[in-house]
Design a protein. Structure first.
Length: 264
C-alpha cells in the first residue's frame, strides 16, 4: 500500500529545494567562491544545513570546493545543463523551417522531440493543413516506448544506456497495442536500427499513427527525432515508403546543419 505524502513532509521538501536554489543563485550572482558561513549568512540558512546542502551539491558536481580555502563555487554539472538547454534551443531554431517544409509536403502534423529519461518531450510542432489533424502540443511528455520518435532515439542508445532503460521499470501500456514485453520491444528496436525509421501504429493513442526518423549531431549521435503524425484513417502502408523518404531527407538536412553549426 502506498501512503500519501503528508503536507508537512511535502512542505519540508519544497523548503529544501528552495534553499538549494538560493545557494546556487547566490554563488552564480557573486561570481566567486564563498565559504559555508558566508553562504549561510547571505541566504539565511543555518550553518549546519548550509554545510549539508553544499556537500550534497558538491558530490553531484553542481558546485566545487577549493581544498585549500574550503570555499565553494559553481561546478561543471551546471555548465552541462546550460549547454544542453542551449543545444535544445539551437535544435528548435535550426529544425523549424525544415519541419514546416515537411508539413507542407505531407499535409500532416510534424513533431520534433528529444529524449528525457524514459519519455519523449515535444519541443517543436508544425500543425498539418488537414481538416482533422494530430497535434499533442509543445512541451508534452509521453512514454518513449509508445512513440515513433521515442523508438528511434532508444534504438540508437549505447548498450549500457539501453540496459539502464530496461532496468528502470516496466514498459507502460498507453493503449492495447503498446509493446510492453521487454524481449519484443528489444526486437522492435533492432528493426528500427536496421530500417533507419520507426512506426507507431496506435501505440500511444487509439486513433493516431506516426512515422519517425533520427536526427544526429556532429559525433553522429542521435540527439532528437522528427515524426509525421496522422489519424489512423489516413495511415496507409503503401504511403510509408514516401513518408519515410521525406522524413529521412528532412532529418538528414537538419543533422547536416547541426554538424556545421557545431563545427563553427
Amino acid at each position: 500500500m502506498v501512503r500519501p505524502v503528508s503536507r508537512k513532509l511535502e512542505g519540508s521538501a519544497v523548503k529544501t529545494v528552495a534553499k538549494v536554489l538560493d545557494i546556487l543563485e547566490h554563488l552564480g550572482t557573486i561570481g566567486r567562491p564563498a565559504t559555508v558561513s558566508e553562504v549561510a549568512m547571505t541566504t539565511g540558512i543555518n550553518v549546519s544545513t548550509a554545510h549539508r546542502l553544499l556537500q550534497t551539491l558538491a558530490r553531484r558536481h553542481y558546485i566545487e570546493q577549493n581544498q585549500e580555502t574550503r570555499a565553494y563555487a559553481l561546478g561543471p554539472r551546471l555548465f552541462e545543463l546550460g549547454s544542453a538547454y542551449a543545444r535544445n534551443m539551437d535544435l528548435v531554431g535550426i529544425s523549424r523551417p525544415f519541419i514546416e517544409q515537411l508539413r507542407d509536403a505531407t499535409g500532416e502534423t510534424v513533431h520534433l522531440a528529444i529524449l528525457s529519461d524514459r519519455e519523449v518531450v515535444e519541443v517543436c510542432t508544425a500543425t498539418g493543413s488537414q481538416t482533422v489533424t494530430v497535434s499533442r502540443g509543445t512541451g508534452r511528455r509521453d512514454p518513449a516506448s509508445c512513440t515513433a520518435t521515442g523508438k528511434v532515439m532508444l534504438a540508437f542508445l549505447t548498450a549500457a544506456e539501453l540496459q539502464h532503460f530496461f532496468a528502470a521499470g516496466p514498459l507502460p501500456a498507453a493503449t492495447p497495442r503498446s509493446i510492453t514485453d521487454p524481449a519484443l520491444f528489444a526486437a522492435e528496436l533492432a528493426r528500427v536500427r536496421g530500417n533507419g525509421f520507426a512506426l507507431d501504429e496506435q501505440e500511444l493513442s487509439d486513433d493516431v499513427c506516426c512515422v519517425g526518423a533520427p536526427i544526429r549531431n556532429g559525433p553522429d549521435r542521435v540527439i532528437a527525432a522528427v515524426s509525421v503524425a496522422m489519424p489512423k484513417a489516413r495511415f496507409r502502408q503503401d504511403k510509408v515508403p514516401e513518408w519515410t523518404r521525406l522524413l529521412v531527407e528532412t532529418a538528414e538536412r537538419i543533422s547536416s546543419v547541426i554538424r556545421l553549426s557545431s563545427a563553427g
